[in-house]
Design a protein around this ligand. Sequence first.
Ligand code: ZN
Length: 277
Amino acid sequence: MYLGSFDGTNKKIFFQELWRHELEAAQAQSPIVIVPAGSIEQHGPHCPPDVDISIPYHLAIATAQEIDDFPVFVAPPVSYGFTHYNMGHPGTITLGLETFIALLCDICRSLKANGFERIVLVNGHGGNVAPQRSAAVKLAEEDVWALPLVYWQLVEDELHAWSETDEGSIGHGGEWETSLQLYLRPHLIDKTKILPPGADYGWPREGGRFSSKLARFAEWPERRREAPYGVVGDPRVATAEKGERLFNVIRDRLIEVCRELHTQEIRRYRQFGSSSA
Ligand SMILES: [Zn+2]
């Protein structure tokens, strides 16, 4: 994972590396803070456990590096997520549901309280989708606005159009996550552990044990990592080129999101009914 810091030549994008005067100067320019969130969990025999945080973290970094006309900072990543259904597999570390939501809320409350009001949460883990949205809704109660993005939901059309085997799903250590890793961190993918052609990954394409009608509702509340080898999807068709192509489109979408958010007024509670109509 890229953990480069300021060496005097590159742009400072990591929130925790900025000096006080830089933070203060940025606050006058409607800055964006991206908070990547992911998970530490098993990802099959060929991937490391930090796939789901590495992808949104790299996306956040690439986005911040591309935007020069206003400040975009990357907050320290929330590496741990909500992944109870991967327990029992080595490599998995989960937070409790309430802990994860509270962690996101505390980070966003702090950013807002100290002058950073345009917050983009970028999630890379399926189990975090509903909790991240819940955190954003909870924050809205307190007049804190954090946009709860899920990176693969920015490119659903492309995922459907470009999938060879995984039918538009981001999967789990399958076609797309493995491709993204082969692009971002090829040294961490053990290709010798990917199953040979003809072997069965047993991807439960129709919702596993449930009918598709029931799976739509049951999937996440019930979910267990029952797929053989802990993989959902087919990493045999993964390539770095596919990963690069997808990564660049997601980054461009994230740039568009930041640009739009940058121009938005921050709305605050105000009294209704006091003005004369
Ligand atoms: Zn994953």
